[in-house]
Design a protein around this ligand. Structure first.
Ligand SMILES: Cc1cc2nc3c(=O)[nH]c(=O)nc-3n(C[C@H](O)[C@H](O)[C@H](O)COP(=O)(O)O)c2cc1C
Length: 136
């Protein structure tokens, strides 16, 4: 099974989750500036909420994915208040014609002093466990 891990981060939280997931599934965690150029069965995609939405770079990355190269997307990320970017990412994945796994990983992420230290070590462990379960 071929797996890729991509993330978008502004303050480093998603990168840390992506690295925990990458380590668990044996794939390098790379920023979304690194395009998917080879076929993968699963793309783990890390992203967050910024001002109530996902970043435009994440939107265009997902919309620009080649459906012949990506089997499915598995969403993961953190946010300070909102629960999940799933629907926002799915709206773009639908446009690209790429299915999204219904399962996702989400936890709290530190923002301006709230949720200090999150994602923390236990979040990293949970993210890794989630990813291992996804790949079976
Ligand atoms: C500019 C900015 C805007 C944010 N807006 C929201 C928001 O609208 N809702 C929310 O739940 N979290 C919001 N957050 C918190 C982030 O989603 C949270 O800190 C997340 O862990 C950031 O991930 P990152 O470090 O990978 O960028 C915001 C963070 C930043 C930096």
């Amino acid at each position: 099974m071929k797996i890729a891990v991509r993330y978008y981060t502004k303050t480093g939280n998603t990168k840390r989750l992506a690295e925990a997931i990458g380590k668990a599934v044996g794939a390098e965690a790379l920023p979304i500036s690194s395009p998917i150029t080879e076929p993968v069965d699963i793309l783990f995609l890390g992203n967050s909420y910024y001002a109530f939405s996902i970043d435009p770079e994440v939107r265009s990355f997902v919309r620009g994915l080649d459906r012949n190269l990506v089997g499915k997307i598995v969403n993961f990320g953190s946010a300070a208040m909102l629960n999940s970017t799933y629907k926002k990412v799915k709206a773009e994945a639908d446009k690209a014609g790429i299915p999204m796994d219904e399962r996702e990983f989400h936890c709290k992420g530190e923002f301006k002093g709230i949720h200090k230290g999150k994602p923390d070590e236990s979040d990293m462990r949970a993210a890794a466990e989630f990813a291992r379960k996804i790949i079976g």
